[in-house]
Design a protein around this ligand. Structure first.
Ligand SMILES: [Zn+2]
Length: 495
């Protein structure tokens, strides 16, 4: 029996604003879509948190035995500077500033995004589609929305008719906004606006003469509206109805609200059955913002090369720190909090290593079965990773209190090992860096260097000084410095 059949997973559905019992449309298959980055600058830490949260969600769903198709898009066209369908395309703007082709910007920052997420040990999605790779499908959906009478063309642009949609549907159902309030909250349309109402949004924009990223369409040369790509790519790969759609809280309105409207207008279905939203990061108690300078990049976090932190932290420490908060709550980054997480991480890891050396026995006052059930109960309660971590610490305390003999039967000892392994490495996605210096090399690298140093000692014993010097020089060439002392050689790895 797959694990998902014995676990009632409850998740907070942003659409109903309630915790609901999750059931997959076509178990064991499960469709998960997460809004990916707009690749016009280095990925920021707040976005990393969203992707790390959904990586944990993805990992737990896989652990439960679902065959998850995880789709996360790359926005490489159509995302304008502001939500009012005005201004320059963010990627084209960056291309102009850096005097590069827009696709060079896209390539550059997509690589940066992948590199940073790999450092955080996230698993790549099953499919990573791009907006520019799906222009034809986007045009098809626009045609369907026009045919449904829910969009209109004006001077080469196409706008979604929100008021018309709202006659039979509820625009605002996800964000909880009322259409009347939305209208009174928007400024009057200026005389040149082509929109019939300020709430209408562009699903196709006519390209101005200076706009570089443009494609042919039935309405002339232009480019798709940003919200459209997610409706198109989620339904193309996961079906018109699918299981879970995730993204950052900041995307709830208008982006996700517009997605629902487009899905309904273009396919007759509203797309995902469950909406999940990850919360924001703050830094030293303040909102992160470029304009106030209160920001921290992943690079600064890892290197410590910033006045915002006292030192750098290994990505897995940062990941552990993020997992100590529920994905739906705000989380504040600070040196003190990260240092506390680092201590906790090492306490957990040393218990894990100690456990490998404990023998079976009897008489321990610790029920592995009950403890294991409480780990699952934590994750089944809307992926409550902080409660899970407190359970892992319960096990760590038990392990640290034992010497030589675990007091557990063979079966219980084995179950404790596999359960800890599953939750620490598979579900939380932590890495074992216990013996490596923060930000430095990995255990494996150190072991390999140690092997080379032993070979070098052998060479010296054989009076083969040429070989011994070659080993030292070649290690130096890759940044590993060998120092000979009276007790043998030591080494340091420059990162
Ligand atoms: Zn999206």
């Amino acid at each position: 029996m797959p694990l998902y059949e014995e676990n009632d997973l409850m998740l907070y559905n942003s659409l109903s604003r309630k915790k609901e019992k999750f059931s997959a449309l076509n178990a064991p298959h499960l469709g998960l879509y997460v809004c990916g980055p707009t690749v016009y600058s280095e990925v920021h830490l707040g976005n990393c948190r969203t992707f790390i949260s959904f990586d944990m969600v993805y990992r737990y769903l896989r652990h439960l035995g679902y065959k998850v198709r995880y789709v996360r898009n790359i926005t490489d066209a159509g995302h304008l500077e502001n939500d009012a369908d005005e201004g320059e395309d963010k990627i084209a703007q960056r291309a102009r500033l850096e005097q590069l082709e827009p696709m060079e910007i896209v390539q550059n920052y997509t690589l940066n995004f992948h590199e940073v997420l790999a450092k955080f040990n996230t698993i790549p999605p099953s499919i990573e589609p791009t907006a520019t790779g799906h222009i034809v499908e986007q045009i098809d959906m626009i045609v369907k929305i026009i045919e449904a009478g829910l969009a209109y063309e004006k001077n080469g642009s196409v706008y979604f008719n929100v008021a018309k949609y709202n006659e039979s549907e509820n625009y605002g159902e996800l964000s909880g906004r009322k259409i009347e309030e939305l209208i009174s909250g928007t400024r009057e349309l200026d005389a040149q606006s082509e929109k019939e109402s300020p709430l209408d949004f562009a699903i196709w924009k006519k390209a101005s003469p200076s706009h570089i990223m443009r494609w042919n369409s039935p309405w002339g040369e232009g480019f798709p509206g940003w919200h459209l790509e997610c409706s198109v790519m989620s339904t193309k790969y996961l079906g018109e109805e699918f299981d879970i759609h995730g993204g950052g809280m900041d995307l709830k309105f208008p982006h996700h609200e517009c997605e629902i409207a487009q899905n309904k207008a273009g396919t007759g279905h509203k797309g995902p059955r469950y909406w999940m939203h990850g919360n924001m990061l703050t830094l030293n108690g303040q909102k992160m913002s470029k304009s106030t300078g209160n920001t921290l990049s992943p690079r600064e976090l890892f290197s410590g090369d910033t006045d915002k932190l006292e030192k750098g932290f290994h990505p897995t420490i940062a990941r552990f720190f993020m997992m100590q908060a529920h994905y739906g709550s705000q989380l504040d980054f600070s040196s003190e909090a990260l240092m506390a997480a680092e201590k906790g991480y090492h306490r957990l890891m040393s218990a894990w290593h100690k456990l490998q050396g404990l023998a079976s026995g009897s008489g321990a006052d610790f029920s592995v079965q009950e403890w294991r059930a409480s780990c699952y109960a934590a994750m089944n309660d809307d992926f409550n990773s902080p409660v899970l971590i407190s359970q892992l610490f319960e096990a760590a305390s038990f392990i640290n209190g034992r010497e030589g003999d675990s007091g557990l039967s063979d079966n219980d000892l084995e179950l404790l090992k596999t359960t800890l392994h599953d939750f620490i490495f598979e579900v939380l996605g932590l890495e074992d860096i216990a013996h490596a210096a923060s930000g430095g090399g990995s255990d494996k690298l150190e072991e390999v260097v140690q092997i080379l140093l032993e070979l070098r000692m052998q060479a010296r014993a054989d009076r083969n000084f040429a070989l011994s010097d070659t080993i030292r020089d070649q290690l130096a060439a890759v940044g590993i410095e060998v120092k000979d002392g009276k007790d043998g050689a030591t080494f340091s790895i420059k990162s």
